[in-house]
Design a protein around this ligand. Sequence first.
Ligand code: GRG
Length: 297
Amino acid sequence: MEFQDELKARMQHVNAVLADYLPKESGFQKTLLSAMNYSVEAGGKRIRPIMMECTYQMFGGTDSKAGPFMAAMEMIHNSSLIHDDLPALDNDDMRRGRKTTHKEYGEAMAILAGDALLNYAYETACRAFETASGKQLERTAKALQILSAKSGIHGMLGGQSCDVECEGRALTERMVEFINGHKTAALIEASLMIGAVLAGAGDEEVGILESVGHKIGLAFQIRDDILDLTGSELELGKPIGSDVRNKKTTFVSLFGVPAGKARVERLSSQALEEFDRLGVRHEFLRMLLEELATRRR
Ligand code: GRG
C-alpha cells in the first residue's frame, strides 16, 4: 500500500477506536460530554495513537489490546489542546478548521471538558486491565505509569508551565529545548514507548524508542513554529502568527526559519538512525517519522 493510503487507513482506524471509547452524550451532564466529543471529533492527524499502534505491531502485537491506550493518548492530547486555546493561555479562536471549544461552549464548559477528557483518558486506559491476564497485567501497569508520567509535571504539563511563565521573556536555547522536549515531545515519546511495552518489548528497546520520540518531538515542535510563521491558514485550519501574538520565544524566533529547517532535518535523521538500531523494523512507522519533518499541517 502507498504511504498516504496506509496513513489514511490507520487514521480511520484510530477514529473507529475513539468512537468505541468516547462517552455517549446523555444524562444531565450531556453538555460536558458533547464538549469533550466536539474537541476529539474535530479531526486532527492522530499521529500519537498511530505511532502507538505501530510500535505495538512492531513488537508482535496483533490484537486490539492497545486500543484503550490509543484512545487515552488522543484524549490527553485533546485535553491539552482545549486548555492551550483558552483565553488565559494562547487565546485562540480556531483549531482544525472550526471554533475552539471555549468559543463553541463557553470558557467554563471548556475548562471542564479539558479536565473531563484528562480524567476520562485514565478511566479508558484502565479498561485495558479488563482483558489482561498473566504478563499482560504487568505490561498494562507499566504503560499506565508511562502515560501518567509523560503527561504530568515531569512531562507535558511541566513543559507547558514554563512555556506560560516565559511568555514575553527572552529565553536561552536550552530553555526552549526544555519547553519543547516536555510540552510536545513527552507525549510522542510515550506513544512510541507504550505500544512497545504492551507488546512485551525489553527495557533497552523501550529506551531507544524514548530517545527517538524525544528527537522527533523536538523536531515536531520546531516544524510547528515554522508553520506558525510560514504555513497556510487553510491547510493548518487556524490563523498563523500565534507565537508572535503571544510573545513566545521559539527556536525559530531565536535562529530564523532556515536554521529551524536545518535543525528539524538533523533531529529527524538522528532519530531515524536510532530507530534503525532496533532489531525489528516497521517500514510505515519509519516513513511516518521521516514525513513529519516536512509536514504542512
Ligand atoms: C492535559 C495534563 C494536561 C495538561 C495540559 C495546556 C497544556 C497542559 C499543554 C499544552 C501542550 C501543547 C498544546 C503542546 C503543543 C503540542 C503540539 C505541537 C500540538 C499540535 O499537535 P498536532 O499537530 O495536532 O498533532 P492535531 O490537531 O493534528 O491533533
